[in-house]
Design a protein around this ligand. Structure first.
Ligand code: BEZ
Ligand code: FE
Length: 295
């Protein structure tokens, strides 16, 4: 192996790939680019050893922050705009299918299975606004999709998801619904409010290092899945919410903004949102729950 210099170190490390054990083409591709970009970054900023040590300490502390309630590395990826970038690379839009966006760290498996139109609200809050969400799920040709499973989850009017708030019932504001023969889904919920992503610990340090606030605009989370179609992880944003144009995790897309209109007389809620989805047909029958579980 060549002796290292400032000039050749990147090529020496890349040249060493696979020399003591077989690696796949994909491993080689990933590690080559990673080493090139990482070395280029250090050279660009002339990284100093004490800064490298601070970064190692930071990552160790980030790891220690992880628990079954907090995945710090997803949060750090979100703050850097990395999850939304990876999501756009993984779910490229090629036609009229609905756009995806970040999953975030607050999804829970196995939410309550509820009939169409049921409410996900188990606890009421002063000042809450109730909302009837509905719409149609179709394929790219416009045909209704029956039997699409929709997992939905949102924060409470106090800005907290139930699993981060000991005063909310288990699985409050979460539910699993299914589209009917017309591809129609519906459920009752509360207007989601803006909230700060966790801004203590290492996520907070990164936000402050970047001179950023932690806030997200009000949104409803969705996962849509049906065999033979690409699973869709997305969010619908309240068009009148604060932070819509300044989301701390860069996840807002124009096509995902919905109107929270005053509900008509025929409804028992304060507000009404109509939002339709288009799912992209896909050959594999991988279910989103499996994909999320594998993360
Ligand atoms: C969320 O929408 O739940 C979320 C997304 C990214 C980071 C934190 C929260
Ligand atoms: Fe959220």
């Amino acid at each position: 192996m060549a002796k290292v210099t400032l000039e050749n170190i990147t090529d020496v490390v890349i040249g060493s790939l696979g020399q003591n054990g077989e690696i796949t083409e994909r491993q080689r591709e990933i590690m080559t680019a990673l080493i090139r970009h990482l070395h280029g970054f250090a050279k660009d900023v002339k990284l100093q050893h004490y800064e490298f040590m601070a970064a190692c300490d930071y990552l160790a502390r980030a790891g220690q922050t992880c628990s079954d309630k907090r995945q710090e590395f997803i949060l750090l990826g979100d703050i850097l705009g990395f999850e939304v970038l990876v999501d756009m690379l993984s779910n490229e839009v090629s036609g009229n299918e609905s756009e995806s966006t970040v999953l975030g760290p607050f999804y829970r498996h196995n939410p309550p299975v509820l009939p169409k139109g049921a409410s996900v609200v188990q606890k009421h809050f002063e000042g809450e606004e109730t909302v009837y969400f509905e719409g149609y799920v179709r394929d790219a040709d416009g045909s209704p999709l029956q039997g699409v499973i929709l997992d939905v989850w949102e924060d409470a009017p106090n800005g907290l998801y139930e699993n981060h708030d000991p005063d909310q019932p288990d699985y409050n504001l979460r539910g699993r619904f299914e589209t009917d023969a017309d591809g129609h889904y519906a459920f009752r919920a509360l207007r989601p409010v803006p909230y700060p992503i966790p801004d203590n610990e290492t996520a907070g340090e990164l936000l402050r290092f970047m001179g950023h606030h932690p806030n997200r605009p009000g949104h409803m989370h969705f996962i849509l899945s049906k065999d033979g179609h690409r699973p869709l992880i997305s969010q619908i944003y309240d068009s009148s919410s604060e932070w819509l144009d300044n989301d701390s995790v860069f996840a807002v897309k124009d096509s995902l903004v919905g109107e929270f209109e005053p509900a008509g007389e025929d409804l028992d809620t304060d507000l009404h949102v109509r939002f339709d989805f288009v799912l992209k047909a896909e050959k594999t029958e991988q279910k989103v729950a499996e994909e999320v579980a594998a993360e």
